[in-house]
Design a protein around this ligand. Structure first.
Ligand SMILES: [Zn+2]
Ligand SMILES: [Zn+2]
Length: 328
């Protein structure tokens, strides 16, 4: 099969012919129809996340159909459409797994990081970690739901009942979560890079009640803020924007260093936390709510072979919504 392979971080991906993977016990072979490009893929490819499997097929927002089943893989039928997320396998026995926090499993394996992912024509996945995909979505539209949607949803859960919600960094996750937040009756305040009028327009079109630059203060104090941009300097800015008792949730896997800031910004029971990975339960909840909103995704498709161009455009902030790779 054809796959786009990372041989060494900080090098372009190489189009390679590699043997088709074989599904092991409890695994399914999936013929890939679409795979979205996540900012985490950039962090892996750019060498900002330590120790990826090498060589690696990146990609963890996979939509495809079951093409073959390994031994005892009875959950899906041949031809069923499934999605494969970032969380690819957990041990099931560690303290985190046994207390509903499999997202923190010590032994967890991650799709497109510690096991091969979806920048290819086929992949294998543990059937227990695949999701059935609501019929309302085309393959390309569904792909960004697998991470931008799922991690975004987990970030949103961490904001509790916050009514006024700030979102810093208006990319793939923000455009999905804004729709869910509005459905839940929240107000969204969107923060973008200074002068990013296209991003601000996009946020407005999705129903943000206010848009502005990250350094600006919103007209009202926020109850919570989610930071999707990988910029540590946004943490004190978001703390300044939230009211007493407010939450600042960092939704990315990698962030530049946080600058020192006065304790006064954290005082009055403001909190800062991060969101790591997802649980299967997050996915089940999210895929139940998404068609009810209904969440619509804005996608830009690229042929699989043009992955380096898609990555380049994402890196320079020139993708509105999500980039999605389509195998020929
Ligand atoms: Zn575990
Ligand atoms: Zn991701």
């Amino acid at each position: 099969m054809r796959a786009l392979v990372l041989n060494c971080p900080r090098e372009p991906l190489r189009a390679s012919a590699v043997p088709n993977p074989k599904p092991g016990p409890g695994e399914v072979l999936i013929r890939i129809r679409a795979c979205a490009v996540c900012r985490t893929d950039l962090h892996i490819i750019d060498g900002e996340l330590p120790g990826p499997k090498l060589p690696l097929v990146p990609g963890h927002e996979i939509i495809g159909v079951v093409a073959e089943k390994g031994q005892d893989a009875e959950r899906f039928k041949i031809g069923d459409r499934v999605g494969v997320p970032w969380l690819g396998w957990t041990c099931g026995v560690c303290n985190y797994c046994r207390t509903g926090r499999e997202n923190l499993c010590d032994q967890a394996r991650f799709t497109g990081y510690s096991v091969n992912g979806g920048y290819a024509e086929f992949t294998v996945a543990d059937q227990r970690f695949c999701f059935p995909i609501p019929e309302a979505y085309s393959d390309a539209e569904a792909a960004p739901l697998l991470c931008a949607g799922l991690i975004g949803y987990r970030s949103l859960l961490k904001t509790g009942e916050a009514k006024r919600l700030g979102i810093y960094g208006f990319g793939a996750a923000a455009h999905i979560i804004t729709q869910v937040a509005r459905f839940q009756g929240r107000e969204v305040y969107a923060f973008t890079r200074q002068g990013d009028s296209e991003g601000q327009q996009f946020a407005k079109s999705l129903g943000a009640v206010w848009v502005g630059s990250s350094a600006a203060l919103p007209p009202e104090q926020l109850d919570a803020a989610i930071i999707f941009a990988p910029v540590g300097g946004l943490v004190p800015l978001a703390l300044k924007a939230v009211a007493k008792g407010g939450f600042v949730v960092c939704g990315g896997i990698h962030m530049s260093d946080l600058p020192a800031f006065p304790y006064e910004l954290l005082w009055q029971e403001r909190s800062v936390c991060s969101v790591a990975n997802l649980t299967r339960r997050d996915g089940e909840e999210f895929f139940a709510v998404a068609p009810r909103v209904p969440v619509r995704t804005t996608v830009h498709t690229f042929p699989l072979t043009e992955v380096n161009e898609a990555l380049h455009r994402l890196r320079s902030g020139r993708i509105e919504g999500a980039a999605v790779l389509i195998p020929a």
